[in-house]
Design a binder for this molecule. Sequence first.
Ligand code: OOB
Length: 563
Amino acid sequence: MLEGFVPWPEEFKQRYYARGYWEGRSMAAVFAEACARHGDRIAVVAGDERITYRQLDERATRLALHLWQLGIRPLQTVVVQLPNVPEFLYLYFALQKIGAIGLMALPPHRYHEISYFVQLTEATGYAVPERLGDDDLTALAARLQAEYPSLRHVLVHGRARQPGHHSLQELLHTEPGVPEAVLREVTIDPEDPAVFLLSGGTTGIPKIIPRTHNDYVYNSRAAGAVNDIRPGDALLVVLPIAHNFPLASPGVQAFLLAGARVVLSTSTRAADALPLIARERVTHLELVPALLVRWINDPLLREHDLSSVRIINTGGQKLQEEVKRRTEALLPHAKVQEVLGMAEGLLNFVRLDDPDEVRYTTVGRPVSPDDEIRIVDDDGADVPPGEIGELWTRGPYTLRGYFRAPEHNARAFTPDGFYKTGDLVRLHPSGNLIVEGRKKDLINRGGEKISAEEVENLILQHEAVLNVACVPMPDPVLGERMCAYVIPRGARAAEATLTLEDLTRFLVERGLAKFKLPERLELVDEFPMSAFGKVSKKDLAARIAAQVAAERAAAQGAQASAP
Ligand code: OOB
C-alpha cells in the first residue's frame, strides 16, 4: 500500500463490497469496458474535433505505453495541470492504465502550490501546457526539475522546447516502443488511490485527497444516477476539468459511463459557451454560481437556442433561491439542481422530482444510502433536527484522511472516521440539507460572532445589489469589524449611488441586530476568484486589510506633519 494513504477499516470495506458500491475493479478496467461498449459513438467534442469512444481508448492506450516506456510506474504521481483539452482526457486515462496517480492541479496554481505537490508526493511527472495566460509553464517545470530530482518527466501540451521534455501531441502521433501486452502485466489494487484531488479550502495550500479506484467509480455512478443522463445527452465542461465537479460529480466520468458526450470548452465567456451549447445541443451544465449569474445577466442569453438544456447543476458555493427562479424563467426547459459537493467525497444533490420549494431552498441530500451524516454542535453532540450545526460525514466514497498529513488529519477527522466538513448546515423537513455558511466564515466583532452568510442574505434583497460578500476588516479596538463588498446591479461600481447609510437603513428596517451591521461598504465590479472560480473571501479580506492599513498610515502621516 502507498505510504501515507489512510485506508477504510476492514469492516467498512466489507460492507461497501457487499452492498455493491465497490466493484473491486480498476478505473482502467471500468472505462475500457465503457469505451468498448460505446465504440463508434462520440465521446468527446472539442472545437471542431469529434472523438469516438474507440479513439479515446486507443489514444489513452498509446500514451500509456509511452509513459511506461519513459519509466512511469504504478503508484507514482504525475501532476497534471492542463486546460479543458482532449489531451487532458488521454493523459487521465493513460495514467490509470499504468496504475499511476494523476494529481489534479488547477490552471492558476504556480510555483508555490506545485512545488508543494511535487515535494509531498515525490512526483515523477508534471504535465503542463506551453503557456497559461502570460506564464511560461515549461520554464516553471524546468525550475522544479532542478529543485526536485524525483521529477524526471515533463509532458507538454504543445511544443516541447527544453531537453528531456516531451510533447503530448508528438507522443500521440508516435508508435510506442513497447507492446500493448505490457499493460496486461500491470497489477492495480482497486483499493489504492487512482487520483489525487485537491481540497477546495480557502485558507492555505490545498491538501491532497486520495480517491481510490473503488470509491471514485462509485462516486460517479451514484452522482450519475440522480442526474437523468441518457445516451444522447451532452455535458458542457466549462469549469476546470481537473476539479471533482466537472470531472466526476457526475461530470466527465458519469457521462462516459453512460455512453453520452462531453463537450469541452476552454472559455467561460458567454460569447463562446452559449453558441457551443446551442451547436452541440448540450443537455447538462455544471456551473459555479458566479458563472451562472454572469450568463443569465448577459444579453447574449436570448440570442441562442438553449432549449436543449434540461439540467443545470450548480455547486461550489451557495446559489441564491432568486437566481434559481430567474434562471428557470429564462430557460423554461431547464431545471436548476443544486449540489453540495466536496473533493473529499460526500455529494448531496437535490432530486429532480423534489417539490420546487425544496429544490429552490435546499442543497439536496446524499447520493449513497451508506453516506452517514451527523450535524453537531461545538462539543460534537448531535443538534436537534432543524438546528444549525457542523456537517460531519463518512461513507463509501469519502476519504479517511488527507495524503501524508497526519497532524491535520487528527483535527479534520473524528477517531471513528467522520470527516469534519467545516460547513454549517441544518436539516430541512424534507430530509434535504440547507447550507448556513462555513464554520469559520464568521466576523468576530469584539467577541460577538457575526455570520457573514446571514447578513449577505439580507443585503442581497436590496434592489441595488447584484452580489455581496461580507468579510472581516482589522480594527484596533474590536479586533474585527465587517466590511461589505457589493457588486451593484445595473451600474458600474464607479457610477453606482448606493451608500453605507442606504444599506444600514435597509438592514435596520429588516430588524437586523445593530452589532451585525456592516461598517464599511466597498463597491466593486467583480470579486476575486479562487482557482476553481469561487468568490475568494480570503483575497477580499486581504484587500480591505491592506487598504485600512494604508489609510491609517496616511492619517498618521498627516497628523505628524500638521502644524
Ligand atoms: C466542490 O468541491 P470543493 O472541494 O472545491 O469545495 C467543497 C466545499 C464544501 O465543503 C462547501 O464549503 C462548499 O465547497 N460548497 C458549497 C456548495 N457546494 C460546495 N457551499 C454552499 N452551497 C453549495 N451548493 O465545490 C464541489 C464538488 C463536487 C460537486 C460540486 C461542488
